[in-house]
Design a protein around this ligand. Structure first.
Ligand code: PGA
Ligand code: ZN
Length: 422
């Protein structure tokens, strides 16, 4: 079977912003579509997301966020190379690198390359008569990932109602995925109604989390912990924080806007150490800025052994940055976002390299998502052990949770328990 037609076009993400889709028509007449996500709290070292200048009339309606040029690159530069090609994902990803050998897909755009790479993977799965998850892992029990789920949102996703980006929960003691999700839904429901009872009006943030206002991170942690406790889940559900600190780091200072406090890097290391030793926090993401390597290593050297120190903006799913992090002992876990990288095969390579070096991996969605559920399949078959999709609210999020529930119901599975030490 081979590629008869490959078409790129613009669609909308969950924020109502343009993103790239690709539909492949195979020689058996079947169609295979993939859509790519898009971040808002993006790291400087991510692969390039190509967006238009907003100068033409058509572009101006999307205020400079349209992706017509990425789509044009797919249709004029990528499609002619792939027509008639057999469905070998690694070979096709190699061809995409030939089309644009610049690091980070600067010329044709990582949104163009990833949409193509994903559509090829889906088409290849079909050609081998398999689902995407079984294309990557043909045999054996599937390892369903532990969810890390957003309850409170702040930072760039919720109008900075809270300095840090997310307070999330990890149902680390759940015995299966369905049970894990039921605990999360209960916590979110309680948090939403308790927020209202306290007279706090909330917005639903970009990732579906609650945009409640709290003066300090401690207050936010205590609020979520009280919901966990009320449900009798203390000790079974831990907190995870995404500090997303690059967003408030400037002139070698961490400046919090809601509390008005300003910290030197050394002081901020102490502040974060204080936080993770005060509350039952299992994972902390981007506690320091994307190029403040010294603070990462200093923190990792004195952090509690059970703590997951997770690099998102620090690593941007980039092999070289991960290698540096391993060498400098900056962290012990990496967030895996395929669109930070631009190709499925090289994203997979980063994840494998992390595992080979005893780094944990968390496969992650973006704040701008689509109803596409490929993320659940790759997180499972690549044996990531953890997944982060935002909250349990919004169809672009539930598409992934529902796919995992489907896998648990229909396939031979086991549930990952990456936080056994807790
Ligand atoms: P983003 O945020 O998708 O807006 O970049 C998600 C995260 O920081 O984990
Ligand atoms: Zn992050």
């Amino acid at each position: 079977m081979n590629i008869k037609k490959l078409l790129g076009y613009q669609v909308l993400d969950s924020r109502g912003r343009p993103t790239v889709a690709v539909t492949i028509t195979l020689s058996d007449g079947s169609l295979h579509t993939a859509r790519v996500p898009s971040g808002a709290s993006t790291g400087a070292h991510e692969a390039r997301e190509l967006r238009d200048a907003g100068t033409t009339k058509a572009e101006s309606f999307y205020a400079g966020k349209s992706v017509y040029s990425a789509v044009e690159n797919i249709n004029s530069k990528i499609a002619p190379k792939l027509l008639g090609h057999s469905l070998n994902l690694a070979a096709i990803d190699g061809l995409l690198v030939e089309v644009d050998p610049t690091p980070g897909h600067q010329v044709i755009g990582a949104n163009a390359t990833l949409a193509t790479s994903l559509a090829v993977a889906k088409a290849a799965a079909h050609a081998s008569g398999k689902s995407l998850v079984r294309y990557f892992q043909p045999e054996g029990a599937l390892l369903l990932p532990m969810p890390m789920v957003n309850i409170l949102s702040g930072g760039a996703h919720a109008n900075r109602s809270l300095d840090i980006q997310d307070v999330l929960v990890v149902p680390h003691a759940a015995s299966n995925f369905a049970e894990a999700l039921s605990w999360i839904v209960a916590i979110r429901e309680r948090a939403a109604s308790d927020g209202k009872a306290h007279g706090v009006t909330h917005l639903v943030a970009d990732e579906g989390g609650l945009g409640l206002s709290f003066p300090t991170t401690d207050d936010a942690c205590e609020f979520v912990l009280s919901q966990i406790e009320e449900l009798g889940l203390s000790g079974k559900v831990s907190l995870a924080l995404d500090i997303a600190s690059t967003q408030f780091f400037a002139d070698h200072k961490y400046s919090l806007t809601t509390s008005g406090q300003v910290y030197s890097p050394d002081q901020f290391v102490e502040e974060i150490l204080d936080l993770v030793t005060t509350y039952p926090i299992s994972s902390i993401e981007d506690p320091f800025a994307e190029d403040d390597w010294a603070s990462w290593s200093a923190f990792a050297a004195s952090a509690p052994a059970h703590l997951q120190i997770l690099g998102d903006d620090l690593f941007t799913t980039n092999l070289h940055r991960l290698e540096r992090g391993i060498a400098e002992k900056s962290a012990n876990a990496i967030l895996i976002k395929a669109n930070q990288n631009g190709l499925l095969t090289s994203t997979h390579r980063v994840l494998d390299h992390a595992h080979a070096n005893n780094f944990a991996t968390v496969v992650s969605a973006r704040s701008g998502e689509t109803e596409d559920s490929w993320l659940a399949d790759i997180a499972t078959s690549w044996r990531a052990q953890q997944i982060k999709v935002g909250s349990t609210h919004g169809s672009e999020r539930t598409a992934k949770w529902n796919r995992l529930l489907e896998l648990e119901a229909t396939e031979e599975t086991e549930f990952a328990r990456p936080f056994k030490a807790l």
